[in-house]
Design a protein around this ligand. Structure first.
Ligand SMILES: NC(=O)c1ccc[n+]([C@@H]2O[C@H](COP(=O)([O-])OP(=O)(O)OC[C@H]3O[C@@H](n4cnc5c(N)ncnc54)[C@H](O)[C@@H]3O)[C@@H](O)[C@H]2O)c1
Ligand SMILES: CC(C)[C@@H](O)CC[C@@H](C)[C@H]1CC[C@H]2[C@@H]3[C@H](O)C=C4C[C@@H](O)CC[C@]4(C)[C@H]3CC[C@]12C
Length: 339
């Protein structure tokens, strides 16, 4: 999207632990595209990649709520890695840093309190026990605290954090997993979450667009935007996690069985807890990491939606993709993802 939407772009460096093969296809245009294979936990690699950059968009992260990685690894990547990016900007003189934070920095919290169509200023007790939201909250704090630090050359660092809600769209592996699970169950999925639980979702293209806009506007609007957080939002409808997924899985031939959860919450929590116990017991032998665990069940069962226009007010954000377009693109991706 940077290549399509940023006319002043001269070089795009992509620093990642795992470089995707499609990056090679981006090299055909006038802008220099420089893939750099590296680890954000290695400060020297980050500094080398950042050196000379005008803006850094730091979106690398270990997104794990399924117990695949240890809490230490999650911390190392998400917190230490972010600290490395900040120090690299300071040491090499890069003045503008955009960080991909997350709704989970706010909630749902450990008390399962709903966050109903809240905004960046809504009071909410952001208490977390899980390593992932804890790491995102710590990383976001580091980024915002770094705003105003003097970088090499004596000018101030300007930072900003974006908080996407549940991202959907092309490349959403969880959506693909649900689709494959439904196919295995005779083109059916069974409702586990009440339809009344609203979950915020945002299309990946609009998340990317907000990042491009912030990267562009952070310099001219440094006074206003520096040290700020912005929820990523668009016109995606407020629905339960499962009903929202059915917007895409329905047209792909699946149906959601049940107008209310087929199993009571206590039984689902028992099954989730058994999954967590099994994961612990099997860990020395193999990785067992199902979607259902006590944390994911609690998150799925807690309303968390945003209603805000701060990004529009501060830097003129309007979604680049309509709901209809986002939906069509996601359906096409799901349909193509199993071929
Ligand atoms: N998926 C969501 O619903 C969602 C919602 C809100 C925020 N986010 C945030 O968006 C960002 C991108 O997440 P995603 O959902 O696209 O997940 P993803 O796993 O697709 O992307 C994460 C990227 O980070 C890279 N990475 C991981 N460890 C690294 C390391 N040690 N060094 C360098 N690169 C490393 C991965 O290779 C991958 O390309 C993350 O910071 C995540 O916390 C995601
Ligand atoms: C097994 C059922 C109970 C099923 O409905 C569980 C769904 C569960 C896997 C997802 C429900 C909510 C998702 C999270 C939410 O969209 C926001 C997130 C923040 C982001 O930073 C990372 C991803 C995630 C934690 C996302 C993960 C999957 C869910 C927990």
């Amino acid at each position: 999207m940077l290549l399509e939407q940023e006319p002043r772009l001269r070089e795009l460096r992509v620093f990642d632990l795992h470089l995707s093969s499609w990056l090679e296809e981006l090299k055909t245009g006038p802008v220099q595209v420089t893939p750099i294979q590296g680890d954000v936990t290695q400060a020297h690699q980050v500094a080398a990649a950042v050196s000379g950059a005008h803006v850094v968009i730091h979106t690398a992260g270990l997104v794990d709520v399924f117990g695949r990685a240890s809490p230490e690894t999650i911390y190392k990547v998400n917190v230490q890695g972010t600290q490395n990016v900040i120090e690299a900007c300071v040491q090499t003189g890069t003045r503008f840093l955009v960080y991909t934070s997350s709704m989970e920095v706010v909630g749902p919290n450990v008390k399962g309190q709903p966050f109903y169509r809240g905004n960046e200023d809504t009071p909410y007790e952001a208490l977390h026990k899980h390593p992932y939201p804890q790491s995102k909250a710590q990383a976001e704090r580091l980024v915002l605290q770094a705003n105003g630090r003097k970088v090499q050359g004596g000018l101030p660092l300007v930072t900003c954090a974006l908080r996407p809600t549940g991202i959907y769209g092309e490349g959403h592996q969880i959506m693909r997993d649900f689709y494959l699970q439904g196919l295995r169950l005779g083109s059916r999925l069974f409702r586990a979450i009440p339809a009344s639980v609203e979950h915020g979702r945002v299309y990946v293209g609009n998340v990317a667009w907000m990042h491009v806009l912030v990267a562009r506007e952070l310099e001219p609007r440094a006074e206003l935007m520096g040290g700020q957080v912005y929820f990523c939002y668009d016109k995606s409808p407020y629905k339960s996690y499962e009903d929202f997924n059915m917007e895409f899985l329905g047209p792909c031939g699946l149906r959601l069985v049940g107008t209310r959860p087929l199993l009571p919450y206590w039984l689902l929590m028992l099954l989730a807890t058994l999954n967590a116990l099994l994961q612990w017991l099997l860990r020395p032998l193999l990785l067992y990491a199902p979607l259902l665990n006590p944390y994911t069940l609690a998150i799925a069962n807690t309303t968390f939606t945003v209603s805000t226009n701060k990004a529009q007010r501060h830097f003129g954000y309007e979604p680049l993709f309509s709901w209809e377009d986002s939906r069509t693109r996601t359906i096409l991706w799901v349909q193509g993802s199993t071929q």
